[in-house]
Design a protein around this ligand. Structure first.
Ligand code: MSP
Length: 649
């Protein structure tokens, strides 16, 4: 089914519980670069992106905002699509897991796996992290409770569930990794996966009954209380987008050339997904490529710190192509990267301005001054064969680097021809050549520089799709498959042309163009409580100064009303007197240990300056202090009664 003339490239589908940030933009921009490159060299290309809209996390996020999951998913999915459209991302399909065809395809896949004996019904008992939408065996939990991936508390789940026989595929998976050294990129990540699988695979719970927002099981199974596990639903998008289970016309794009993902979701893609495919009798993807994590100024990005980078703001301020170049050049694929405006400005001024932009300006200057703008490369081989050879040697290395996801090395190598060009001007000095009456040689030098710029702009186009066509147009050609064939594949020189003067492409940037600490509303908070990278850690928690501690307002309160939150196993709804005009409403997850009656008229300790949050539709205006260990949870209370509102500290 597969054809080497086809290139199917995918991004992860993004959860709609959050709006797009730099991490999402990074994956999408890499995928866009690969898709553009594939099209340019004439591959029949299909580039897929989209949104992941089911699951408990989305259901809860929607509820917290008082919206239906569908309404909420529609809204956030549109923000992703709009951003990619704004960024000119060249996707061929934007899939949503709420698309009817996708859901039909997932049901079909479930049925196929069920019919071939890979799915059975049992009871799942274990821990679930809603934030990561992942089940964890007890042994992997931190302190027996917290998610090993994100650190949030997990919930204990005991419910009837269908299971996928993942354990059955352990040996076949290991054989696949073994036979395909490049199936997981970077290769070091493949070793991690192999070690994990060798450690033993447990069967995977693939349905849930405790919530509703998901794809139902196929009608034939007659089991309406189950919805599919969000990862089964989500991973299937890679084939349902090609029509799996509905109109299979595009299935000849399968297998994917590359699934681009972040390292945090490697296990799902490198273990579960191939096992599902094996069960479905479909081919394995060629590559699963996992990139690293972006931080900001050395810190992890999070909404609470207010340091999340909005990719649109950066692109608007610095230029979309500059931002694309920076992200792809700055970080070795697979490694973690740090975003700072300083690093971005350095890349723009140095690589783009000095090396590339100035070269074009020098060419415009030389051609204008000596040849009325004419450039003719006919005699380049006569005078500058050594330089040309050097350039071609670099260009030859590029394509494999790109398809091996060594994009930073691709760009590094692509800069060598620019160095050759800049050095050639300094060495041969067109002004001296002209003075000595060596006009032919000077024109050939012009031709060499123009040829180098042309070749570089073609190969840089996938990364900088707005700027490179401008360079090409100044050099009298258009970037497309035909010019790629001539200049790159057939290693030809640029045809004679008259250069067009264009304004500088990369004006120098002297200082940061964005205020630090965006987004604006959380800027002040971010400044107040910076947790510096180098600060010491105490049991994995950063040490803070006393001033930071005092930013938390802790107060004694009296519970004046207590009731149960309807339909919730965990939550109580409390009104707590903090000595203010009216009691605060606090939603507390303590019902497993305290009844509403237990809480009424007791005193509690309250974090009083938390931003209000919505839980199960109720606004919570504070948090109670409690201590929890294996014996359960107990409230932290003042030893003697204190006036409501008494500060703690
Ligand atoms: N919905 C799943 C993917 C399902 S694919 C079948 C999901 N979504 S996500 O929105 O949480 O994350 C999508 C991608 O963004 C992941 O590849 C993740 O690695 C990436 N990033 C999220 N934050 C990131 C950074 N700070 N830096 C780099 N990429 C990160 O997971």
């Amino acid at each position: 089914m597969s054809s080497c003339h086809k290139a199917y490239i995918t991004t992860p589908i993004y959860y709609v519980n959050d709006i797009a940030h730099i991490g999402h933009a990074y994956t999408t921009i890499i995928a866009d670069t690969l898709a553009r490159y594939s099209r340019m060299i004439g591959l029949d290309t299909f580039f897929l992106t989209g949104t992941d809209e089911h699951g408990q996390k989305i259901e809860e996020s929607a509820k917290a905002r008082g919206k239906s999951p569908q309404e909420y998913a529609d809204e956030i999915s549109a923000t992703f699509k709009n951003l990619w459209d704004d960024f000119g991302i060249s996707y061929d399909k934007f899939i949503r897991t709420t698309d009817v065809d996708h859901m039909k395809g997932v049901q079909k896949a479930f049925k196929v796996m069920y019919d071939n004996g890979d799915i059975y019904k049992d009871v799942y008992k274990g821990h679930y992290c809603i934030s990561c939408e992942t089940f964890f065996p007890e042994i992997q939990l931190v302190d027996g409770e917290f998610c090993p991936e994100c650190g949030k508390p997990t919930t204990v789940v005991e419910e009837e569930s269908y299971f996928f026989k993942l354990s059955k595929y352990q040996d076949r998976l290991l054989a696949w990794y073994d036979a395909h050294p490049e199936c997981i990129l970077p290769r070091s990540k493949r070793n991690e996966v192999i070690r994990f699988v060798e450690g033993g695979l447990e069967d995977l719970s693939i349905t849930r009954t405790s919530f509703d927002w998901g794809v139902k099981l196929p009608a034939e199974l007659n089991d309406p209380k189950h919805v599919m596990y969000v990862w089964l639903d989500a991973l299937m998008n890679y084939v349902t987008a090609l029509g799996y289970g509905t109109d299979e016309a595009k299935m000849d794009f399968w297998p994917a050339r590359v699934h681009l993902i972040g390292k945090d979701i490697l296990r799902f893609h490198a273990i579960y997904w191939p096992a599902f495919l094996m069960s479905l009798g479909l081919e394995m993807p060629k590559h699963i490529a996992a990139h690293g994590w972006w931080t900001r100024d050395g810190e992890k990005m999070s909404k609470s710190k207010g340091n999340v980078i909005n990719p649109k703001e950066v692109a608007d301020a610095y230029g979309l192509d500059n931002f694309r170049y920076f992200m792809l050049r700055e970080v070795p694929f697979g490694g973690d990267g740090d975003f700072s405006q300083k690093a971005l400005i350095d890349r723009i001024n140095s690589d783009l301005g000095n090396d590339l932009g100035n070269l074009l300006n020098r060419l415009i200057g030389m051609s204008g001054k000596y040849f009325e703008g004419r450039v003719d490369a006919s005699n380049v081989t006569k005078y500058y064969q050594t330089e040309l050879d050097e350039v071609e040697a670099s260009l030859d290395k590029l394509e494999p680097l790109l398809f091996e996801m060594q994009i930073h090395r691709y760009l590094e190598e692509l800069w060598r021809p620019l160095t050759v060009a800049n050095k050639a001007i300094d060495k041969y000095q067109p002004w001296t050549l002209m003075k000595e009456g060596k006009e032919e040689e000077a024109m050939a030098l012009n031709g060499l520089i123009a040829t180098i710029l042309a070749k570089v702009s073609v190969m840089l186009y996938p990364v900088m799709p707005q700027v490179c066509p401008k360079i090409a147009s100044a050099l009298g050609f258009t970037i497309d498959n035909a010019s790629w064939e001539k200049l790159i594949k057939n290693k030809r020189l640029i045809e004679a042309f008259t250069i067009e003067k264009i304004p500088p492409l990369f004006p120098r940037i002297e200082e940061p163009l964005l205020e630090q600490g965006k987004p604006a509303d959380t800027k002040e908070e971010a400044k107040k409580a910076p947790v510096k990278k180098e600060e010491k850690k105490e049991e994995g928690v950063a040490l803070i100064g006393i001033d930071q501690f005092f930013q938390t307002s802790l107060k004694v309160g009296t519970v004046v009303k207590a009731e149960e939150v309807p339909k919730s196993k965990k939550l109580l709804l409390l009104q707590v007197d903090l000595g203010e005009e009216k009691p605060r409403q606090i939603v507390a997850g303590i019902k497993e240990w305290y009844s509403a009656d237990d809480m009424l008229d007791t005193q509690v300790c309250v974090v009083a300056n938390l931003k209000p949050a919505k839980l199960m539709g109720y606004t919570s205006e504070g948090m109670l202090l409690a201590a929890k260990d294996e014996d359960g949870l107990c409230m932290i209370r003042p030893e003697k009664p204190k006036k409501p509102g008494t500060p703690i500290g």
